[in-house]
Design a protein around this ligand. Structure first.
Ligand code: G3H
Ligand code: 13P
Ligand code: NA
Ligand code: ZN
Length: 312
């Protein structure tokens, strides 16, 4: 069955790697993720946002995750698999997910003030822990999901706050803001895409060994933005987080790294390529199958280049 993240994170930080947390919206993405991780022998967190949950439905979502576990087992793999709510907005959504069978949740109170963030996160921890479900919360604000992201819009996590936050809330992991951001437009070409690893180090000093989470960690692979453009799509010129920066983070107390955009780009690029090169094709298996294989291949490289979780 599905696992919570407790043991996954303890093992990751004891052994200097991070667990991949990949978002999914449909069957092909769930299978791409599970097959990539099963073939690499990597633990995995299958995660979906509230929007993805309502797209697939609360009936289908947990079935896809449970089917993914069965697929891994049928491939001869015993990797642990978590089903995680990404950016849970409130206790009500968390309860819906836990009742549906999620093994892990995020409560994102990062937009509230410190006291209110503690209050909402604490409330979720009380409910989730009574069901053996692990909880991620967030301190600090990532730069916007929108275009034209600028460094000034990051509210970096304040290391002075982390110990009080994790103690008072009882959360199992903490998402922090050190310069990553959501979406496909993280930095303009030519900008220096460096993370504030000094803030991460300071946070580690305050809460040694505590599992840290990085959101917004896609690399925005240029081969996919180029392919999307080649076959009629439009993408702004932008770059993401270099794999080398994330590799350093994975070796630290960072135990979970979130990637969604890279998978979406790989998936979409492959669909455009198939439809663009075979215009008579209308069998969905041809373009969705190609999309699944592209996403799977990319995530396999990401596991060795960033996470270091292969064969864990
Ligand atoms: O952090 C957000 C994730 O990339 C999911 O985005 O709300 O479009 O599903 P979404
Ligand atoms: P990216 O948009 O960089 O893939 O970030 C995904 C994420 O943080 C999901 O919570
Ligand atoms: Na780590
Ligand atoms: Zn996120």
């Amino acid at each position: 069955g599905l696992s919570n993240t407790k043991e996954m994170f303890a093992k990751a930080n004891a052994n200097g790697y991070a667990v991949p947390a990949f978002n999914f919206n449909n069957m092909e993405m769930a299978l791409a993720i599970i097959e990539a991780c099963a073939e690499m022998g990597s633990p995995v967190i299958l995660q979906c946002s509230k929007g993805a949950l309502s797209y697939m439905g609360p009936e289908v979502t947990p079935l896809l995750a449970k089917a993914a576990v069965d697929r891994a087992r049928s491939m001869g793999s015993d990797i642990p698999v978590a089903l995680h709510l990404d950016h849970g907005p409130d206790l009500e959504t968390v309860k819906t997910c836990i009742e549906a069978g999620f093994s892990s949740v995020m409560i994102d109170g990062s937009h509230y003030d410190f006291a209110k963030n503690i209050e909402v996160s604490r409330e979720v921890v009380e409910f989730a822990h009574s069901k053996n479900v692990t909880v991620e919360a967030e301190l600090g604000v990532l730069a916007g999901i929108e275009d034209d992201v600028k460094a000034e819009t990051h509210t970096y996590t304040n290391p002075d706050e982390v110990e009080e936050f994790v103690t008072k809330t009882g959360v199992d992991s903490l998402a922090i803001a050190i310069g990553t951001s959501h979406g496909a437009h993280k930095f303009k070409p030519g900008e220096d895409p460096k993370l504030r690893l000094d803030i991460l180090e300071e946070i580690e000093r305050r809460i040694p060994g505590f599992p840290i989470v990085l959101h917004g960690s896609s690399a925005v692979p240029q081969q996919y933005t180029a392919m999307i453009k080649e076959f009629g799509g439009e993408v702004k010129d932008a770059i993401g987080i270099p794999n080398s920066e994330l590799r350093k983070a994975a070796k630290s107390a960072v135990a979970k790294i979130n990637v969604d955009t890279d998978g979406r780009l790989a998936f979409t690029a492959a669909i455009r390529r198939v439809l663009g090169t075979t215009p008579k094709e209308f069998d969905p298996r041809k373009y969705l199958g190609a999309a699944k294989e592209e996403m799977k291949a990319y995530y396999k490289t990401k596991i060795t280049d960033v996470f270091g979780s292969e064969g864990a």
